[in-house]
Design a protein around this ligand. Structure first.
Ligand code: SAM
Length: 282
């Protein structure tokens, strides 16, 4: 099978299978080989790697991954694409297609079965309607992974790299920062996809920290504190945490004083280290 990463070959496969794009699945297929080269280079895939691909589509990126990785596990939700993938990937014996919703996959079990618990690399051109739930599932389910290299909406990539105090800074920034080192590796315009999305895209690589930037005894409590402060981000931290049922006002005030922070500070001004300290004091 020829490479699919160009408009003519993609159109030919779509026609052969009379495939119609499903908007609800966020289907925008890559048709630009240069973008795929950049993703492969950024992800640094080698023969020792087991790669988890989320949403292979018609197999455009899967072809590249199969050639560079030891093994590829590709999880696709759309039943119409399963026979297409069987065809487009038929010449590779190191690819396993799973017909499932990635949000319902037991990732820990998958990583045990497919990679013997060794860290995997995650690579995907993500369906944009569920970018955050997918990334949070990968980070919070604690599957062993080395890096996550994903195409996301440009604004989402910027949010992941945002600095504290800016409007882009949010709960997702802190979760990403706590577990990984984020780095945008390419900007990708709409004309690299079929059909063209209405938004710009970017490829971001999230490299897992070898040692966490901060140690916290109760991680769940820290994330609950973070979520509560950003759920009501226009409020002061003291009010947001009281409203979110995390801590009484007086308790938060006391903690802020002992950390040398202003009593009227908002959550968006705090670093991940400060959230860790605050949640312990509370
Ligand atoms: N990887 C292909 C490419 O780059 O051309 C397709 C990328 S397309 C943006 C996203 C893919 O994710 C689609 O194939 C879509 O059907 C699939 N998808 C959407 N929701 C999914 C889910 N919950 N679980 C698994 N795959 C999903």
């Amino acid at each position: 099978m020829a490479y699919l990463a160009n408009p003519a070959n993609t159109a030919a496969v779509l026609k052969k299978y009379d495939f119609h794009f499903q908007k609800r699945y966020g289907q925008n297929f890559l048709i630009d080989p240069h973008v795929l080269d950049k993703i492969m280079e950024g992800a640094g895939i080698c023969k020792e790697d087991t790669v988890l691909e989320i949403g292979p589509g018609i197999g455009t990126m899967t072809q590249y991954l199969a050639e560079q990785a030891g093994k590829v596990i590709a999880v696709e939700i759309d039943d119409k694409l399963i026979p297409v993938l069987a065809d487009t990937l038929s010449s590779y014996d190191n690819v396993r297609i799973l017909h499932q919703d990635i949000l319902k996959v037991d990732l820990e079990k998958l990583s045990q079965e497919e990679a013997g618990g060794r860290p995997m690399k995650v690579v995907a051109n993500l369906p944009y309607y569920i970018t955050t739930p997918i990334l949070m599932a990968l980070l919070e389910q604690r599957i062993p992974f080395e890096s996550i290299t994903v195409m996301v909406q440009k604004e989402v990539a910027e949010r992941m790299q945002a600095r504290e105090g800016t409007k882009d800074y949010g709960a997702i920034t802190l979760a990403i920062r706590y577990f990984t080192e984020p780095r945008i590796i390419a900007q990708v315009p709409p004309n690299c996809f079929m059909p063209r999305p209405n938004v710009g895209s970017a490829v971001i690589r999230l490299t897992k920290h070898k040692t966490p930037p901060v140690t916290v005894k109760d991680e769940a409590k820290m994330f609950a504190t973070i979520r509560a402060s950003f759920n009501q981000r226009r409020k002061t931290l003291v009010n947001a945490l009281a409203g979110g049922g995390i801590a009484e006002k007086e308790k938060t005030l006391e903690a802020l004083r002992s950390m040398g922070l202003s009593e009227t500070i908002r959550g968006e001004a705090l670093t991940v280290e400060q959230f860790a300290r605050l949640s312990e004091l509370l």
